[in-house]
Design a protein around this ligand. Structure first.
Ligand code: ADP
Length: 447
C-alpha cells in the first residue's frame, strides 16, 4: 500500500479523498491556491502546500508545480479527483516519469476515452449500441451537411475532446448547421485546444444513465450498477440517483453487460463510468466514458456500501479488485443534490461571497460532502459546487420525503444556493413519479 498521497484537487472532492486516506492509514498532502488558504482540504490534510495564485492555470492546472509538490513531500502516489488534471494523459505520463503513481487509468486508456469520437468508433466496432452519427470527426461544412442529410435533423454537433456538458450545438435544420458548424469548431478549439467535432443524431428527451465500472490491473472488471443523471440544466447535472427509477430489470442487466464489455474493449483499468442515453422505449446508446471518479459517485456508495475512493486507491496500489467474481447488490434508493453557490431565482448566476452562517441537516440516511465552514469565502474562480447532499432511503418515496426534510434543515446564509430550486423539483409530480428525461428542467421550469 502507498505511504503518502498528494491530493491534486480542492473543494469537497479533496476532502473526500483525504478522509479515505486517513481510514487507509495513508498520509495526505494537500495543495492549495492562495484563494484556498482557508479551505478545509488544506486544513485537514497531514501537510499542505501552496502551489500558486488563484487562477486555475497557475495552480490546480499547473502540472509542474503539482509534481514538484509531490516530489518535495516524498509522495508515492497522486489522486487527481475530478476536473482539473484528472483526465489528462500528459499529466499521467509526467507522474509516472517521476515515479509517482497516478490514481486512475493509464495514459493510453485516458487518450482513448478522452477522444469521444474515437471511443465511439471502438464501441461501434465492438457491437456496443451507439447513436447513428458521423462515424468519426467531421472536417468541413460540406461533410457536416451531408451527415445532417443522411441522419435527418435534429442532430447534435459535439466536440471530440469536450466535457462538462460544454461544446455541444443542436441543429434542427440545414440552416442551423450552416451557422453552428463553424461556431462549434472554433469553440471546440478555444475551449478544448483541438477543433475536432463529430455529429450524432439528436435523441429526443432521452434519459442519461451511467454505469460504474471497477477494473483492476489483472482484467477483473465488474459493474457497480447505474446512476440516473437526467436532471440536468443546460447539460450540467443537478440531481443524480441510484438506482434509475422506472428502468426495467431486463434493460438494466443488459446495459450492465455492455458497460463491462465497453470497459474491456479498451482494456480499462481503475474506476470509470460508461455513459448511455436511454430512449422512452428503453433503446440505449453508449455516449462516452469518463475516466475519473464522478461527482455523483456517493449515490453508488450509498446503495452498494462500496467505498469507491478507497477502491480506486487499492487498485492503483496493485491490489486485486475487491469485488472480482462477486455480484454487487444494491439496496434502497439514494439521491444526490448538488448545492451550488448560484442564484436559482436569477438565471443561476454565480453567487460567490462570504458564508456568514450555515446549518447542516442530520438524522438517518443523510450524508453531506462539503468543505464549507462559517465565514468561509466562496471564491469566484472555481466550480460553484459547495456541498453535496446525499440521501438514502429504503425506497424512492422514503428518499424523497427524507430529502424534503433535509433540504428544509439545510441553511446557508450570506450567499445564494440551489437549495430552493431543489425543493421545487422535489415538489414536482413528474419527478416524484420518476417521469424524467434530460429536458425535464427546461420543460417543467423553463430555465
Ligand atoms: P459531456 O462529456 O460534455 O458531459 P456527454 O456526451 O456526456 O457530454 O453529453 C452530456 C449531455 O448532453 C447528455 O447527458 C445529454 O443530456 C446530452 N446529449 C449528448 N448527446 C446527445 C444526443 N445525441 N442526443 C440528445 N442529447 C444528447
Amino acid at each position: 500500500m502507498f505511504k503518502r498521497i498528494l491530493v491534486a484537487n480542492r473543494g469537497e472532492i479533496a476532502v473526500r479523498i483525504i478522509r479515505a486516506c486517513k481510514e487507509l492509514g495513508i498520509e495526505s498532502v494537500a495543495v492549495y491556491s492562495t484563494a484556498d488558504r482557508d479551505s478545509m482540504h488544506a486544513k485537514i490534510a497531514d501537510r499542505s502546500i501552496c502551489i500558486g495564485p488563484q487562477q486555475p492555470a497557475k495552480s490546480y492546472l499547473d502540472a509542474e508545480s503539482i509534481i514538484s509538490a509531490a516530489l518535495i513531500t516524498n509522495c508515492d502516489c497522486l489522486h487527481p479527483g475530478y476536473g482539473f488534471l484528472a483526465e489528462n494523459p500528459v499529466f499521467e505520463r509526467k507522474c509516472s516519469e517521476n515515479g509517482i503513481v497516478f490514481i486512475g487509468p493509464p495514459a493510453d486508456v485516458m487518450e482513448l476515452s478522452g477522444n469521444k469520437s474515437m471511443a465511439l468508433e471502438i464501441m461501434r466496432k465492438n457491437g456496443i449500441p451507439v447513436i447513428p452519427g458521423s462515424n468519426g470527426n467531421v472536417e468541413n461544412l460540406a461533410d457536416a451537411l451531408r451527415a445532417g442529410k443522411r441522419l435527418g435533423y435534429p442532430v447534435i454537433i459535439k466536440a471530440a475532446f469536450g466535457g462538462g456538458g460544454k461544446g455541444m450545438r443542436i441543429c434542427n435544420s440545414k440552416r442551423d448547421m450552416e451557422s453552428f458548424f463553424p461556431i462549434a469548431k472554433s469553440e471546440s478549439l478555444s475551449s478544448f485546444g483541438l477543433g475536432d467535432v463529430y455529429i450524432e443524431k439528436y435523441v429526443c428527451k432521452p434519459r442519461h444513465i451511467e454505469f460504474q465500472i471497477i477494473a483492476d490491473n489483472y482484467g477483473n472488471i465488474v459493474c457497480a450498477g447505474e446512476r440516473e443523471c437526467s436532471i440536468q440544466r443546460r447539460h450540467q447535472k443537478l440531481i443524480e440517483e441510484a438506482p434509475a427509477a422506472n428502468l426495467s430489470e431486463k434493460t438494466r442487466k443488459t446495459i450492465k453487460g455492455f458497460a463491462v464489455k465497453a470497459a474491456r474493449s479498451i482494456n480499462y483499468k481503475n474506476l470509470g463510468t460508461i455513459e448511455f442515453l436511454v430512449d422512452k422505449d428503453e433503446s440505449f446508446y453508449f455516449i462516452e466514458i469518463n475516466s475519473r471518479i464522478q461527482v455523483e459517485h456517493p449515490v453508488t456508495e450509498a446503495v452498494t456500501g462500496i467505498d469507491l475512493i478507497k477502491e480506486q486507491i487499492k487498485i492503483a496500489a496493485g491490489e486485486k479488485n475487491s469485488y472480482a467474481g462477486n455480484e454487487i447488490f444494491s439496496s434502497g434508493n439514494a439521491i444526490e443534490f448538488r448545492i451550488n453557490a448560484e442564484d436559482s431565482e436569477n438565471n443561476f448566476a454565480p453567487s460567490p461571497g462570504k458564508i456568514t452562517d450555515y446549518s447542516l441537516p442530520g438524522g438517518p440516511g443523510i450524508r453531506i460532502d462539503t468543505f464549507i465552514h462559517s465565514n468561509y469565502y466562496v471564491p469566484p474562480f472555481y466550480d460553484s459546487l459547495i456541498a453535496k447532499l446525499i440521501i438514502w432511503g429504503n425506497d424512492r418515496s422514503e428518499s424523497i420525503a427524507r430529502s424534503e426534510r433535509a433540504l428544509d434543515e439545510f441553511k446557508v446564509e450570506g450567499i445564494k444556493t440551489t437549495i430552493p430550486f431543489h425543493k421545487k423539483i422535489l415538489a414536482n409530480q413528474n419527478f416524484r413519479e420518476g417521469k424524467i428525461h434530460t429536458h425535464f428542467i427546461e420543460e417543467e421550469f423553463g430555465v
